[in-house]
Design a protein. Structure first.
Lengths: 198, 117
């Protein structure tokens, strides 16, 4: 499934978030391991002692109650970030219509899915194409196509159909000189015209 | 003895065309707009697009009206040109039939496809 701009944005956010969480956990785990192996100065953090030793207890006792407010604040920030992350996962392309005109006498919008279906049907009108699916990504419309083509058909026929028929139609319809398009073509053998009897 | 008092003179009536008030309902504007929109050759289907609080595509405010339409347009028609023609035609027809001035016509092309006429 080709996702829109938001899908890509969500994916990038996920990667950064996961990398950050992984980094924090790796640092914490690494330090615990280092402490257990005695890599820290033994008079400060000796191996074979509990993590919450006298020093830690003393630190919290000394800075209480201010430290707990800080801890609460940090927890709140983490919670807010986590909730936001969760909500972002459900984000779909908010822009389901393409605004092609916004004047004092009204706006004109075209549904992205409606337009995409028309483009797909147009691409499918080529005899070399078995199946086509299109996606329109705004606000500057971009066309993403997935085409299943006949592997025995000449490749030129498909590219000619796209560049001379389907894409000019998109440009005419949207009244734009340039509409970027990406087509992903997979080839399949044409279904045998004869029934195979075994 | 009876005294006949002359009958009181009536106040002069306003001109006939100014007697009473004519209100055009939202639904009427909506219907006229839909019919007019369907007359544009590239438009294959028209649906009034109401807002959650009103199912009617037209909204009349005084002598002005706002119309919202969902249309289905043939492909590959130049959508800008179709929208411009549609706007002009609907505004003309509503003005001719109701005298209302359509100040705003929002068009959403929900469906694109089908052959050109």
């Amino acid at each position: 499934m080709i996702k829109g701009m938001n899908g890509r944005r969500t994916g990038r956010g996920n990667r950064w978030g996961l990398a950050l969480v992984g980094l924090v956990l790796a640092i914490l785990g690494g330090s615990a391991l280092a402490r257990g192996l005695g890599a820290f100065p033994q008079n400060w953090a000796a191996a074979r002692t509990t993590v919450v030793d006298g020093n830690v207890v003393a630190f919290f006792a000394r800075t209480s109650p201010g430290i707990w407010w800080l801890v609460a604040l940090a927890a709140l920030v983490v919670a807010v970030l986590a909730v936001r992350w969760l909500l972002v996962q459900g984000r779909r392309d908010a822009r389901r219509v393409l605004r092609i005109e916004d004047g004092p006498t009204g706006v004109t919008e075209v549904s992205e899915s409606g337009m995409a279906q028309a483009v797909a049907a147009d691409v499918e009108s080529s005899p070399a194409v078995f199946h086509a699916a299109a996606h329109l990504v705004g606000p500057r419309p971009e066309v993403r196509l997935r085409v299943v083509a006949d592997e025995s058909a000449p490749m030129g026929e498909l590219s000619r159909h796209l560049s001379a028929v389907a894409l000019p139609h998109v440009r005419d319809a949207l009244d734009r000189d340039r509409v970027p398009a990406v087509a992903r073509v997979s080839l399949e053998p044409s279904p045998s015209p004869h029934r195979v009897v075994r | 003895m009876t005294v006949t008092v002359p009958a009181q003179r009536r106040a002069p009536l306003p001109a006939p065309e100014r007697r009473g008030r004519t209100e055009v309902a939202d639904r009427v504007v909506s219907k006229i707009a839909c019919v007019a929109a369907a007359e544009v050759p590239e438009v294959r289907d028209v649906q009034p697009r109401g807002l959650p609080w009103t199912p009617s595509a037209g909204e009349v405010h005084g002598d002005q009206a706002v119309v919202r339409l969902n249309v289905s347009v043939a492909y590959p028609a130049p959508l800008h040109a179709v929208a411009a023609r549609l706007r002009e035609h609907v505004i003309d027809r509503v003005a001719a039939q109701t005298g209302l001035h359509v100040t705003r016509l929002d068009i959403t092309m929900t469906d694109v496809g089908g052959d050109l006429p």
